[in-house]
Design a protein around this ligand. Structure first.
Ligand SMILES: [Zn+2]
Length: 418
């Protein structure tokens, strides 16, 4: 078996790991770097691409193989959401006036290439998927070749979150020859989720009681569904008063339909309800003008670089007393929310001082360092490759797990014979 780390090595973004044997050549994920767009130098000549989940840093480059005879393997929910996200990617490129060589027909062609069964056999290779707890439809992937086994984690979450159970570690295969594991938070120990939710509610209460606004930039896929339901349920249970609360994102609205269709993938306490996303207290609006302030607004884009979150960031960033902007997920270093945390954003070439509080309350869908170490101790891989993490995070984790497994932090395009 030969493994090549074509993307997502020593960084977060553009995930792609190629595994080849004398019988078959497959890619585990085929992602883009969201701020760089499609890549045309990705490995070709593949028998299959296995997609762990629909986030574009794992699936976005699939468009470039829509015309090839490649099998795409992943869950049904991942197929549906990837289709929505790719259509949105094309729409954004067109709106920006960028020349973009793919269109909606390519997305349709692509969706016909998918095999969504849990177990798929290729020549000399068996492929099995297991729920990964990260977002709707996310999977870990086991590859079994004639003489080797490999477990690919994709992005995963060990603890239960608002609408998903964490990974069922008991169901996973043990002692693989190779573990390819994400390390987004490999060097970070996060507070427990209950603590983070307490801080979130505390911040909302404090701000709303003084008549301020709360902006929560969030991704259309998963984070909006998670946050809107979290706040709706909290208001229903009177953990929060009934404030004006909205979400803005047509894409999130469309994606939420799949949460209903694939309800069985969600946690039991959510899927036992007939309509878990029929929200009573968080209202969908189409435009920021429809917001009645003071308000809690959950909206796209997640990094604050476009859409309603961008315009509300510009509108509210200057207000020291009445605005709080809460980021709840991972942020790439050059995103507007990171700039806002540093005190300035740029709008139409003009610099705006940020006086509003910028809070980072990371309700992440990733395992943290302690959880990653425990995972390795339970799975007992012979050899581990850490990907999907910036170098400092991957190296910090590498030091911690080296007593349990042979561990490497591969370079981009580096290959290993196993
Ligand atoms: Zn992800």
């Amino acid at each position: 078996m030969k493994i090549t780390f074509n993307g997502g090595a020593r960084e977060v973004g553009g995930s792609c790991t190629v595994v080849e044997t004398e019988d078959a050549r497959v890619a585990l994920d085929y992602g883009i770097k969201v701020d760089e767009g499609l890549a045309y130098n990705m490995p070709g000549d593949l028998d299959a691409v296995i997609v762990s989940h629909a986030h574009l840093d794992h699936s976005g480059n699939l468009l470039t193989i829509a015309d090839k005879k490649v099998v795409v393997i992943g869950s049904k929910a991942t197929r549906e959401v990837t289709t929505e996200l790719l259509q949105d990617l094309i729409k954004i490129q067109k709106m920006k006036g960028n020349a973009f060589p793919y269109n909606f027909q390519d997305v349709c062609k692509l969706s016909e290439l998918w095999l969504t069964r849990n177990n798929v056999a290729l020549p000399g290779m068996e492929i099995s998927r297991y729920p990964a707890g990260h977002v709707l439809g996310a999977n870990m992937v086991q590859l079994k070749t004639r003489d080797r086994t490999l477990l690919y984690t994709g992005d995963f979450c060990v603890h239960d979150t608002e609408i998903l159970d964490g990974v069922d570690v008991d169901a996973l295969p043990r002692e693989p020859d190779v573990l390819v594991m994400e390390s987004t938070y490999g060097g970070t120990i996060r507070p427990k989720r209950e603590e983070l939710v307490k801080s979130l509610f505390g911040k909302i209460l404090e701000t709303m009681e003084r008549g301020g606004n709360i902006l929560i930039p969030a991704f259309a896929f998963h984070r909006i569904q998670e946050m809107t339901r979290r706040i709706d349920v909290a208001m229903g249970a009177k953990l929060l008063p009934r404030y004006n609360a909205y979400y803005i994102s047509g894409l999130a609205h469309r994606i939420t339909q799949y949460y209903q269709d694939y309800k069985a993938l969600l946690s039991k306490h959510v899927n036992m309800q007939a309509n878990p996303f029929n929200l009573q207290r968080v209202r969908r609006v189409r435009r920021t003008e429809q917001i009645k302030e003071p308000a809690i607004v959950i909206c796209t884009s997640g990094f604050g670089h476009a859409g309603a979150s961008r315009s509300l960031l510009s509108k509210w960033a200057g207000n020291k007393d009445d605005a709080v902007i809460i980021n709840t997920g991972y942020l790439p270093p050059n995103s507007p929310l990171v700039m806002a945390k540093e005190g300035k954003i740029v709008e139409n070439g003009e610099s705006i001082n940020v006086n509003a509080d910028i809070e980072q309350i990371e309700l992440s869908g990733h395992a943290d360092q302690e959880e990653l170490i425990d995972f390795v101790k339970i799975i007992r891989p012979k050899r581990t490759f850490l990907i999907h993490g910036n170098l400092d995070q991957a190296q910090a984790l590498s030091e911690k797990i080296s007593k349990y497994t042979d561990v490497e932090v591969p370079h981009k395009n580096e290959s290993f014979g196993i």
